[in-house]
Design a protein around this ligand. Structure first.
Ligand code: BGC
Length: 364
C-alpha cells in the first residue's frame, strides 16, 4: 500500500509538472500586440517597437495587424487569448472590438487601448496615446500662420476645405476639434470661408461629410477631386485641413493635377512624420506634419504593461496621467498622454533625422 501510494504521488507530481510545464514556459506573461492596419506607415513601426521592447523586458510577445478589418482583428485577439495572453495592447480598428475586449476581461487578461480610445467598453482601465487635441491644434495653428489669418478680412477672405479621418476612430474627432477650435474664430468673423461641408465641431452633423472611411487615401483623393470639380471649381483654395500624412499626400496629388494649382499648391497639413511627407515638406508641397514618436509610445506602453503585470502602480516617464477626460461611454479610463511635436521645413532635420528616426538617405 505504502509503495502504491508513493508511486501514485510520484505519478501525480510528474503529471502536474507535465501539465504545468508548458504553461510556465510558453504562457507566462505573454503579451499580444494587436495593431489596426499597415496601409498607414506608422503602425508597422509601432508593432516592431512594441515587440522589441516587450521582448527586451523578457516577455514572450506577438504582433498581429488587422488590415483595417475588425472581424479579422477580433480573431487575432482570440488567438492571443488562446495562447494564454495575460495582457493585450490593442490599437483597434473600430468599436466592434468591444466583444473581444469583453472576452479578454473574462479570461483575466489586462487590456491597454493603444493610441485609439476603445469606446463603448467597460472592460478595460488603461489608455495610452499622444495628446491628440494638441495634434489638431498644431494643424490649425500652422494654417493660421501660413495664411496670416490675423490679417485676413471679410472683404478678401481666405478659403479652406476640410478633411477628417475615419468616422469610426475617436482620434479623428479629437484631431478635428483641436484644429477647428483654432480656425473657428476666423470663420465666424468671415475672414476664413469653408468651401464644401462646414462642420464647426466634430459633433456637428456635417462632420460625417468630411470623414474618410478607414483613413483610406483613395477615398480622400476621390473626395478632393470631387470638390475641385464642384464646390471648389470657381475658387482658389488657400488651405486644406488634412488629418494625416497618408491623406495629405492623396489630397496634394489631386490638387497637383488641377491646372489652377500648378504654380502654387494650397497649404496642406498632416500628421505622423511619414517619410514621403518629410520629402514633401522639404520640397514645399506639404506645409507641416506632426511627429508622434512611435518609439516613445511603444516604450511607455511596455513600461505600463510591465508595471500592471507585476501588480505595481505605474509611473510612466514622459507621459501625463489624465484620469478625468477619457470616457468610453461606459466608464472613465486612466489615460497616459505623450507630447506630439510639430514638424515643418525649418525643423524637420533636427526632429526627424538628428533624432535617428530616419536617415538623411531615407528622404527621397
Ligand atoms: C492615429 C494616426 C494615424 C491614423 C490612421 C490614428 O488613430 O492616431 O497617427 O495616422 O490613425 O492610421
Amino acid at each position: 500500500m505504502k509503495k502504491f501510494l508513493t508511486v501514485l504521488v510520484l505519478v501525480l507530481v510528474a503529471a502536474s509538472v507535465l501539465v504545468a510545464a508548458p504553461k510556465k514556459k510558453g504562457k507566462a506573461g505573454m503579451i499580444g500586440l494587436a495593431m489596426p492596419e499597415t496601409h498607414v506607415e506608422r503602425w508597422q513601426k509601432d508593432g516592431a517597437a512594441l515587440l522589441a521592447d516587450a521582448t527586451a523586458k523578457g516577455y514572450k510577445a506577438e504582433v498581429a495587424y488587422g488590415d483595417a478589418d475588425q472581424g479579422k482583428q477580433n480573431q487575432q485577439i482570440q488567438d492571443f487569448l488562446t495562447k494564454g495572453a495575460k495582457l493585450l495592447v490593442i490599437g483597434s480598428v473600430n468599436e466592434g472590438v468591444v466583444s473581444a475586449v469583453a472576452d479578454a476581461a473574462r479570461d483575466g487578461a489586462i487590456v491597454i487601448a493603444y493610441d485609439r480610445l476603445i469606446t463603448g467598453s467597460k472592460d478595460y482601465d488603461y489608455y495610452i496615446t499622444f495628446d491628440n487635441y494638441k495634434v489638431g491644434q498644431f494643424q490649425g495653428k500652422a494654417i493660421e500662420a501660413a495664411l496670416n489669418l490675423a490679417a485676413a478680412t471679410k472683404a478678401a477672405p481666405k478659403k479652406i476645405a476640410l478633411f477628417a479621418g475615419s468616422p469610426t476612430d475617436n482620434n479623428a474627432k479629437v484631431f478635428f476639434d483641436g484644429a477647428i477650435d483654432v480656425l473657428r474664430p476666423y470663420v465666424e468673423k468671415g475672414s476664413l470661408v469653408i468651401v464644401g461641408p462646414a462642420p464647426l465641431k466634430s459633433s456637428d452633423a456635417a462632420f460625417t461629410k468630411i470623414t474618410t472611411e478607414n483613413w483610406r487615401a483613395d477615398i480622400a483623393k476621390a473626395r478632393m477631386e470631387n470638390l475641385l470639380n464642384n464646390d471648389a471649381k470657381k475658387v482658389v483654395l488657400d488651405a486644406i485641413l488634412a488629418p494625416n500624412d497618408t491623406l495629405a499626400r492623396a489630397i496634394i496629388e489631386a490638387c497637383a493635377s488641377d491646372a489652377k494649382y500648378a504654380k502654387k499648391l494650397p497649404v496642406v497639413t498632416g500628421q505622423d512624420g511619414e517619410v514621403a511627407s518629410i520629402a514633401a515638406i522639404r520640397d514645399g508641397k506639404q506645409n507641416m506634419t506632426v511627429f508622434k514618436d512611435t518609439r516613445k509610445l511603444a516604450a511607455a506602453t511596455i513600461e505600463l504593461a510591465d508595471a500592471l503585470l507585476k501588480g505595481q502602480t505605474p509611473s510612466i516617464a514622459g507621459a501625463r496621467l489624465d484620469t478625468t477626460s477619457y470616457d468610453t461611454g461606459k466608464k472613465k479610463v486612466k489615460a497616459y498622454l505623450l507630447e506630439p511635436v510639430i514638424v515643418n521645413k525649418d525643423n524637420y532635420k533636427a526632429v526627424m533625422i538628428d533624432s535617428g528616426y530616419y536617415k538623411e538617405s531615407d528622404i527621397k
